[in-house]
Design a protein around this ligand. Sequence first.
Ligand SMILES: NC(=O)c1ccc[n+]([C@@H]2O[C@H](COP(=O)([O-])OP(=O)(O)OC[C@H]3O[C@@H](n4cnc5c(N)ncnc54)[C@H](OP(=O)(O)O)[C@@H]3O)[C@@H](O)[C@H]2O)c1
Length: 286
Amino acid sequence: MRIRDSTVVLTGATGGIGRQLASEFAKAGARLILVGRDQVQLEALCKTLPPLPSGALLGHQAMAVDLLSISCRRKLRDLCAQQDIDLLINNAGINDFNLLEDADPEMLNRQIELNLTVPVLLAQQFLPLLRRRPAAAIVNIGSAFGSIGYPGYSAYCASKFGLRGFSEALRRELADTSVRVLHVAPRATRTALNSDRMVAMNEALGNAMDDPQQVARFILHRVRHDRWGHCVIGWPERLYAWINAMLPALTDGALRKQLPVIRRFAASESTVPTNTSNSDLRGENV
Ligand SMILES: NC(=O)c1ccc[n+]([C@@H]2O[C@H](COP(=O)([O-])OP(=O)(O)OC[C@H]3O[C@@H](n4cnc5c(N)ncnc54)[C@H](OP(=O)(O)O)[C@@H]3O)[C@@H](O)[C@H]2O)c1
């Protein structure tokens, strides 16, 4: 897909991965419509992006939108309806690392809404705009936890499994149109999405954490080279996703061994457990 002179609507633009996506797509010549909830942060981000060619009719735009609000989503669609939109990147997301019994019910619901319902509704709202373009795409940012159910993340996994299924169905539904669908599933990435407890648990278990710029470059590369469909970022996570699909009992066994450690980190509300020796933990990856 041609990135230069395209217009990209990016949700979650002020987040760790979002900022890097904005920067990489802008460097490649795209015009960005940045969506988050904080107008000041969005405008500051806009100013850091490489300017568009002097002949461009519109510059980068910032739009503060609470995606959980129907009226805000409508406002976003109305703003975009006046423009040519080539790419919608559903990137906004939240998570909450907690055992189900300890989780706040409202937070459980919010994860499903923002990570799954909102991308579905935005895709529906934007499809008529995307279909006006000769080549367009929807990129859904999922997670490796959309292929591997992981203790402590049950609602997050449910939302990301759902997003993967939605992306697959939509890709097939649009196969005879000019709109392509890409579902990218990053593994753990160093952003504010991960609390100190989550980072500490990943370090203790030896789970790799990517740099958000790497993730953004990977996504840009896929879009630029028309590599649509589904992709998990990182090795061995891609292999684990495959094993989990083929032989889930193997993953059950591996995660059963990690469970005491996961429980300990999940139980520590605000402090990171210190009584966990690394030798207890290593070599127990999924
Ligand atoms: N980081 C990881 O380890 C990781 C791994 C796999 C997948 N992912 C996925 O990658 C995507 C980006 O994650 P990230 O790590 O960049 O997260 P992040 O740094 O926490 O950023 C989240 C973004 O979502 C926006 N957002 C949250 N609630 C919103 C709402 N109600 N309405 C509009 N925007 C809202 C935030 O905007 P505000 O500034 O308004 O809060 C922020 O821009 C997510 O879908 C996540 O699930 C992340």
